[in-house]
Design a protein around this ligand. Structure first.
Ligand code: PDD
Length: 286
């Protein structure tokens, strides 16, 4: 069935939605994006995603395509039009097109391009992968230095997923100067002796919206959290590990570079955090 999508003020069947070939998102990856999950037909942490979008736009001197309230209305309309119970809303803003290819940014009156579409993912909350856990490999992090800006430069993360797939794993954790930065599309954590360890925020990683919520919930549940650099070797010696993202919530990790963690099954802290996150975020979904 054809989805209804949103492009620059219009709601259209997906096959009728178009963007210029001169759009800077297409030519230069001059674009930022957000992915917001939907559970029970409601948006999870819309506010967090809207705030990060604004920050990404500001960091790149890109104009806001519309107000936060208008963005919320578009999200809601698409969720309703496409009957999304569990799934995702993808949003992308580009610097637009001034009708040619030029490295120099177009003039300030060039309109940004705004595109949104939904992805239906029945079973997102009750994902069987969360019961078996994910296997990850490590790869070098060769991305650019502003990973805190959520740009659409996703070629290397895509290559990382393919490297993982080839190696019989589910995902890759990226490593820079000997320390884990993050997963290809998630933030990375390990747990040792009851303490949750994750890399601190900087320009080296995306400031995950799920990360922020999960760390707050972990502290509220009296779990210990330490934000510091860590190596693959340290994570391999951990009791358990997990990742967080809007598309997979809290996902246990059971193997790193072929080394099983603990008993090789999802650990109690990751499992509990997934439950808490789903429970708590549903309460504030809008
Ligand atoms: N990815 N780190 C990277 C590199 C990511 O791409 C993502 C999200 C995260 C987690 O951020 P959040 O908790 O805000 O989803 C961390 C999204 C889901 C994607 O590209 O599909």
């Amino acid at each position: 069935m054809s989805r209804t999508v949103y492009v620059n003020g219009e709601y259209l069947p997906e096959e009728e939605a178009t963007v210029s070939i001169f759009d800077r998102g297409f030519l230069m990856a001059d674009a930022v994006y957000e992915v917001t999950s939907v559970l029970g037909g409601k948006l999870i942490d819309f506010e967090g995603h809207a705030v990060r979008l604004k920050r990404s736009l500001d960091e790149l001197d890109m104009a806001e395509p519309c107000s936060k309230d208008e963005l919320l209305a578009i999200h809601r309309k698409l969720v309703e039009a496409n009957g999304i119970d569990e799934g995702l809303v993808y949003l992308q803003v580009t610097r637009g097109s001034d009708g040619d290819r030029d490295f120099v940014f177009p003039s300030e009156d060039t309109k940004p391009t705004l595109v949104l579409f939904t992805q239906s993912k029945p079973g997102l909350a009750d994902n069987p992968a969360a019961k078996t856990g994910a296997k990850v490999i490590s790869i070098e992090d060769i991305r650019w230095g502003r990973r805190d800006i959520k740009t659409v430069q996703l070629l290397y993360p895509s290559m990382g997923k393919m490297m993982a797939k080839k190696a019989g794993a589910d995902d890759a954790w990226m490593v820079e100067d000997g320390y884990v930065t993050e997963g290809t599309s998630n933030n990375a954590y390990f747990v040792k002796d009851g303490k949750i360890v994750t890399r601190p925020l900087s320009t080296d990683i995306l400031h995950g919206i799920t990360r922020k919520a999960v760390l707050r919930m972990a502290e509220e549940a009296q779990m210990q959290v330490e934000e510091r650099l860590f190596t693959i070797e340290e994570a391999q010696g951990a009791d358990e590990a997990f990742t967080t993202s809007a598309s997979a919530f809290v996902m246990p990790v059971v193997e790193i570079d072929g080394v099983a963690l603990g008993d090789g099954v999802p650990g109690p802290i990751a499992t509990r955090l997934r439950e808490i996150y789903l429970e708590e975020s549903l309460k504030t979904a809008i």
